[in-house]
Ligand binder design. Structure first.
Ligand SMILES: Nc1ncnc2c1ncn2[C@@H]1O[C@H](COP(=O)(O)OP(=O)(O)O)[C@@H](O)[C@H]1O
Ligand SMILES: [Mg+2]
Length: 257
């Protein structure tokens, strides 16, 4: 597992995984960090959300047709990307027959010549072999949560699944980070769910909250991160604050272990 690596996971779609991954990568790049975004979702939303055209896909590396290093591209947002493509689903088959299976991404990331300060992995909403690769590679799991009625139930199931995967693969415990996304502080239900999260998950719950902000929803259609599209909006500010909080936590964790 890599300490500087975050798997952005939730089996629920539309909770803000991709928006969070792109925005955090761009925020860290703004803070002069060397960042790699890994898009493991065959829908490739993270790829199209920060690049106009991509001519390489991580699929080539999973299929052993190219090295991970050769698949890296530079975005105009100041971070590097291992892009996805619609045919990435097919790699699940080649991965299943590979002896490395769940370890492929980790060994690929270890082989890179660049020392990244942070690696962010956008996962698809299913716990497939690609997501397992993310869980093996990353020592941190970042779970975006929309504070609505079924959120807690879904979260409990997700944590159980991550735990059983972790055990069956013999991995160390992940450092867990829970993030409230699309938050509307005027919504009674959001406030209630939020206080339940505080009660049950305490320190794993990030203090920074991402507000519902239309600018965050608009940015990807221009192939831009929020920091190129509208750097002054509430959404951009929130993701900068979130990155600062994550860096602070990582430092604290390093000091105690
Ligand atoms: N904080 C936010 N405020 C408003 N819209 C958002 C916010 N975060 C995400 N969205 C929008 O919600 C939708 C789902 O977000 P996305 O990041 O694609 O979720 P996921 O990757 O979990 O499926 C997208 O249309 C996205 O633009
Ligand atoms: Mg997504």
């Amino acid at each position: 597992m890599l300490r500087n690596t975050y798997a952005v996971i939730n089996q629920k779609g539309g909770v803000g995984k991709t928006t969070t991954t792109i925005s955090l990568a761009a925020a860290a790049a703004k803070m002069k960090k060397k960042v790699l975004l890994v898009d493991l979702d065959p829908q490739a939303n993270a790829t199209t959300g920060c690049m106009e055209t991509s001519d390489r896909s991580i699929k080539e590396a999973f299929d052993n047709h190219a090295s991970f290093t050769d698949c890296i591209q530079r975005t105009s947002e100041g971070f590097d990307i291992l892009a996805s493509s619609y045919d990435l689903t097919a790699s699940e088959i080649s991965l299943m027959s590979s002896s490395l299976k769940e370890q492929t991404l980790l060994s690929g990331l270890k082989s890179l010549p660049t020392q990244y300060d942070m690696i962010l992995i956008d996962c698809s909403p299913s716990l497939n072999i690609l997501t397992m690769n993310a869980l093996v590679a990353a020592s941190n799991v970042l779970i975006p949560i929309q504070c609505e009625y079924y959120a807690l139930e879904g979260l409990t199931k997700l944590l159980q699944t991550i735990e059983s995967t972790r055990r069956s693969l013999g991995l160390a415990t992940h450092s867990l980070l829970l993030l409230r996304t699309m938050y509307d502080g005027r919504n009674r239900l959001a406030i209630d769910v939020s206080s339940e999260l505080t009660e049950h998950f305490g320190s794993a719950l990030l203090n920074t909250v991402i507000p519902r902000n239309i600018r965050l929803a608009e940015a990807p259609s221009y192939g831009k991160s929020i920091f190129s599209y509208d750097p002054r909006c509430h959404g951009a500010m929130a993701y900068l604050a979130l990155m600062a909080e994550m860096l602070k936590r990582a430092k604290q964790l390093e000091a105690t272990t």
